[in-house]
Design a protein around this ligand. Structure first.
Ligand code: NAD
Ligand code: DAU
Length: 354
């Protein structure tokens, strides 16, 4: 079996659902259930003995030691993190606590467990750390996309905390020989995405008749990848990646934010037109920019394609259509995650901006 952390969140939940759709190898899911963790995302696995959910913190050494000793996983996949850049600007402490200190404790537990393994179990064990392209900093319009050799230049408390965790993971390989793999992926989108992030926020705000807050001039560029393609990349790296190596993951799909928002609006015009017949794009509002906002991210995914044969299955056009459809068909999930805490965040983040 494998131990997956943070799998009640957006990417982790998609990963577990895809994993169990393709294999019978059980998954232990260790998640703290922060505001971003949601067991409703995994409701289809209720009663499925292949999914063992454990409520807890990656930084809880006693708990993680016990889980490793009891279940003896052949791999650990670490998704658990604080993941929202805007929240890291309002309050960085949780990011340091989970992304840096939590990853450190998890590495210590895994190192002790791996140290006690023998033979084939020791040789084939893997620790896969899920990271981000944001650790590389920002690009100018003419820079080539990030390769694995770009220096780390993180610009937000979130990306700095992810960079720190990547460095710890690297050091545990070089110092202790721990068989680690790191993936640095670009912006994901798709089902189960918490509506604090750009694409799901725009969909739920549009349908609720609210404004669509575009930061600054809306010309910041992100490189979008459908979440299921990220999951297939992680499975492939886990299966065939070389310990100690890092792999950039991306969809070769750079787009300015305003284009993303207009695409979402056009799809909603088609699939769920406004009652007054007007276009959703009328709801777009330009608001104060994010402090320190990185202008452009782009991933060069040549290495993972060349060495491991991975490439995305979805184009942006097919993926964004599936995503908008999913939100229209899953209003109950959206309402469930829009708790009091969610409303508080929206007031804090957007109240003063507009
Ligand atoms: P998310 O915020 O949706 O989910 C994070 C999950 O981690 C939640 O279920 C939360 O409850 C859990 N968690 C938080 N702190 C924890 C702790 N201390 N112990 C155990 N569980 C904890 O995040 P996501 O978008 O699914 O991102 C998952 C990972 O992928 C993160 O490491 C993120 O940095 C990375 N990543 C995300 C993207 C993206 O576009 N979303 C892109 C590249 C990399
Ligand atoms: O690049 C990978 C990263 O992508 C991940 O590591 C992060 O976990 C993930 O949250 C994401 O970070 P971003 O900051 O790029 O994602 P976000 O959805 O917050 O913003 C995407 C872009 O849209 C960014 O340029 C800011 C802009 N934006 C965002 C929001 C929420 C807006 O213009 N308006 C908004 O309301």
């Amino acid at each position: 079996m494998i131990l997956v952390t943070g799998a009640a969140g957006f990417i982790g939940a998609n990963f577990v659902l895809d994993w169990l759709a393709q294999s019978d190898e059980p998954v232990i899911n260790l998640d703290k259930l922060t505001y971003a963790g949601n067991l409703h995302s995994l409701a289809s696995l209720q009663g499925d003995a292949r999914h063992i959910f454990v409520h807890g913190d990656i930084g809880d050494r006693a708990l993680v030691d016990r889980l490793l000793a009891e279940h003896r996983p052949r791999a650990v996949v670490n998704f658990a993190a604080e993941s929202h850049v805007d929240r890291s600007i309002h309050g960085p402490e949780d990011f340091i606590q989970t992304n840096v200190v939590g990853t450190f404790h998890l590495l210590e537990s895994v190192r002790a467990y791996w140290g006690g393994l023998e033979g084939e179990a020791r040789a084939s064990f893997r620790f896969l750390h899920v990271s981000t392209d944001e650790v590389y900093g920002t690009l100018s319009p003419t820079d080539p996309p990030f390769t694995e050799r770009n220096p780390y230049e993180p610009n937000s408390p979130y990306s700095a905390s992810k960079a720190a965790s990547d460095h710890l993971v690297r050091a545990y390989h070089h110092t202790y020989g721990l068989p680690v793999l790191t993936t640095n992926c670009s912006n994901n989108y798709g089902p189960l995405h918490f509506p604090e992030k750009l694409i799901p926020l725009m969909i739920v705000n549009a349908l609720a008749g609210k404004s669509l807050p575009v930061y600054g001039d809306g010309m910041q560029v992100r490189d979008w990848l459908f979440v299921k393609d990220h999951c297939s990349a992680i499975r492939r790296v886990l299966e065939a990646g070389t310990p100690g190596e890092t792999y950039n993951v991306g969809g070769w799909n750079e787009k300015p934010n305003i284009e993303i928002v207009k695409t979402v609006c056009a799809l909603l015009d088609e699939m769920s037109p406004r009652a007054d017949g007007k276009p959703y794009a009328e709801q777009i509002t330009y608001v104060t920019d994010r402090p320190g906002h990185d202008r452009r991210y782009a991933i060069d995914a040549t290495k993972i394609h060349r060495e491991l044969g991975w490439k995305p299955a979805e184009t942006f056009e097919t993926g964004i259509r599936k995503t908008v459809r999913w939100y229209l068909d899953n209003q109950a999930w959206v309402q469930q995650v829009q708790s009091g805490a969610y409303r508080q965040w929206i007031d804090q983040q957007y109240g003063p901006r507009e």
